[in-house]
Design a protein. Structure first.
Length: 232
């Protein structure tokens, strides 16, 4: 029987089955990357609901796992050297689970390099820029009268969308076969709808990207991962 009691987070979110991967998350574009990957790989896991409220992501229990106070985070009781591994940052979690299962990271070193490149493009570009667009377009920043921050992120989102659109020309997936780069990227493309920003960025003019997101959303594991039912 695995014992995860050394992880203070288990005091606030107790595992029912400490022998399986513990997922601490919420269904946001970053959060669903981890749950979709877990569903795609078929790994056993137990989801815990960590909302974006300070009482959850900024609780001492959660900060003990991720001092950066952001979901998702995981504990794998069955780490590579036989001891538990705790991880935050969705990109790191995707890479870890891909290495663990040998899935969704290509079949060669050059596939892996391409997939990692597009994963980093999402982590360093699409995620942060679209996140700021959400803030200035839908959330508190939308009340700021100065149009420059909003316009800056609309322009940056359009630029990034054009990169994706071109890369998807003649491809079903962003880096060859379906991979962790798609699991990272597609949920963020979908966030533009949630932000009500599709028209502002000319979403409908990006036919490859629209078809790509539909293709992603049609996958049963994606559907399960996006609506994972966190139990506490
Ligand atoms: N780079 C991080 C970003 C994670 C992130 O921004 N998570 C958001 C939800 S999508 C969050 O937890 N926000 C809570 C907060 O900032 O207090 C990752 O990819 O894991």
């Amino acid at each position: 029987m695995n014992d995860l009691s050394a992880f203070p987070i288990t005091g606030k979110w107790p595992p029912r089955d400490p022998s399986v991967i513990q997922l601490y998350s919420y269904p946001t574009p970053n959060g669903v990357k981890a749950s979709i990957m877990l569903e795609e790989t078929g790994l056993c896991y137990e989801p815990h609901k960590v909302t974006l409220a300070d009482a959850d992501v900024k609780s001492p229990a959660f900060l003990s796992l991720n001092p950066n106070n952001k979901i998702p985070a995981i504990i794998d009781p069955d780490g590579p050297d036989g001891t538990p591994v705790a991880l935050f940052e969705s990109g790191a979690i995707l890479l870890y689970l891909a290495e663990k299962t040998g899935r969704f990271l290509g079949n060669s070193a050059s596939d892996k390099a391409q997939i990692t490149q597009w994963l980093m493009f999402q982590m360093g570009g699409v995620g942060p820029m679209f996140g700021q667009l959400g803030f200035f377009y839908k959330f508190a920043g939308s009340q700021i009268e100065d149009p420059r921050p909003r316009q800056r992120y609309i322009d940056e989102a359009k630029r990034l969308l054009a990169v994706v659109e071109t890369q998807l020309d003649g491809r079903d997936w962003i880096a060859g076969d379906y991979s962790i780069a798609d699991i990272a990227l597609a949920p963020w493309l979908g966030a533009l709808e949630f932000y009500g920003a599709q028209e502002a960025v000319g979403w409908a003019d990006h036919a490859n990207t629209v078809a790509y997101v539909d293709r992603f959303l049609a996958r049963p594991a994606v559907q399960r991962g996006r609506t994972f039912p966190p139990h506490d």
